[in-house]
Design a protein around this ligand. Sequence first.
Ligand SMILES: Cc1cc2nc3c(=O)[nH]c(=O)nc-3n(C[C@H](O)[C@H](O)[C@H](O)COP(=O)(O)OP(=O)(O)OC[C@H]3O[C@@H](n4cnc5c(N)ncnc54)[C@H](O)[C@@H]3O)c2cc1C
Length: 441
Amino acid sequence: MSPHFNAAPSRVLVIGGGVAGCAAAIRFAHRGNEVTLAERASFPREKICGCCLGAAGLRALDAIGLAQSVRDLGVPTERFTGYLQIPRLSPTNTAPRVCASEIHLPIAAGVAIARSVLDTFLVEQARQAGVRPWQPYEAQIVSTDNNKTLVRYRSADGSQKPHDWELTDEFDLVVVATGLSGDFSGSHSIPSSGASNANVNSDGSANPRRWQLPWIQSPHGPFGIAAHLPSQHPLACDWRLDEGEIEMICGDEGYVGLVRLPGGAIDIAAALRTSSQQVRPPSPTERLAALLGSHPGCTDSLGERISDWLRSEARLMTAPPLRRTRWPGRGRVVAIGDCAGYVEPMTGEGMTWGIESGLAVADLWAKPGSQDDFANHWHTRLRALQQKRRILCGSVTRALRSPGLRRAAHFSLTRAPWLAMPITRSLAAGPTFAPTASRMP
Ligand SMILES: Cc1cc2nc3c(=O)[nH]c(=O)nc-3n(C[C@H](O)[C@H](O)[C@H](O)COP(=O)(O)OP(=O)(O)OC[C@H]3O[C@@H](n4cnc5c(N)ncnc54)[C@H](O)[C@@H]3O)c2cc1C
């Protein structure tokens, strides 16, 4: 038996087949566990995302042998161009906001890849690693104690009327990777043989309410909105964006990132501020159009065409408020990826953090002595894994919300782009994971 295998295999359920859930499922399988992956959507499916996987994310994927395949499926991202809206110099100037000249920043090479492609690939890799996928199946946690977690499933085949809950099962560990909007909590208790049939707190006391991982900070802050501009659409040619370049426009309303995907489509993903002082705030599409229209290369007519496209044709995807922190574990349930907590997508780290947390949770489970009081061990590990980068990402975002600091950033970064290097380097410097190979036949 290979040294990276657990001494005794455990029954592990991962709920959610996004990047975090798939990375966790594959790593648990590599470590010799019996793994089930429940994903409620049928793949391929699109998902709101800037679609830029950073260097640290690729390094983490390398530890499960998948980085090169993901590189092959995407296009390398090597250049970052930022546009900052800066304050109007005259208070009487009511012209629409326009960004100042571009800033070119050095970045570590990553990859641009559509989520429909990446997530489908990862679920298939999980299957090949020995994971049993339940898809499209929704899973909910019914109860947990310090040894077992009881879960129920139902088919999620898109029928208008939800199916009845069909199955229940017990696991040694449940890893919740349901993203920003996934619901994983059951509202009824179901009798079981091992785990308690009441919803219970981590200390074993009865909790008559719906089972949940509590919020430390409930969702607030900006919300996400995104769309793909198809490659055959005339706007995809007229918007000048080279393959391999990440563009970001940042202003009072929030910020939007653009990248060309393999095949030529452009992914447009924005985080817009929720607060607005206006009596009748413009709609999210109007705000996104205004942000895109403030690009210095966007003429009035191009801006109008983008606005029309967003209003009438674009298939918009939205995400709930992005800033949040969840208590990442109770009993034998732990949360990873966006489900555990998310700052916001300014620095494009979400997928990386999801993948890293997926690998880290499987590694921690394999560590001798960690399975007792696993939720608390996971809390400590997750904080050590991401806290510094989350603070850094939050600070950059907060700073660029201020018009004065945007002006200062534009002034200094156009003259000395290397000033950004400590930040880009820190974000690209994730933890190192030991390689694990797939289970041998
Ligand atoms: C505007 C915007 C731009 C972004 N840009 C970038 C970027 O450029 N780079 C980057 O790295 N990150 C970016 N992110 C962040 C990134 O999208 C997320 O961090 C990442 O998708 C998190 O992965 P995850 O696996 O935790 O969750 P998700 O990818 O959301 O996956 C969760 C999965 O769980 C499934 N699910 C939910 N509930 C259940 C259930 N009860 N049962 C079964 N299945 C369930 C869902 O169907 C889904 O497939 C961006 C985010 C936003 C909002």
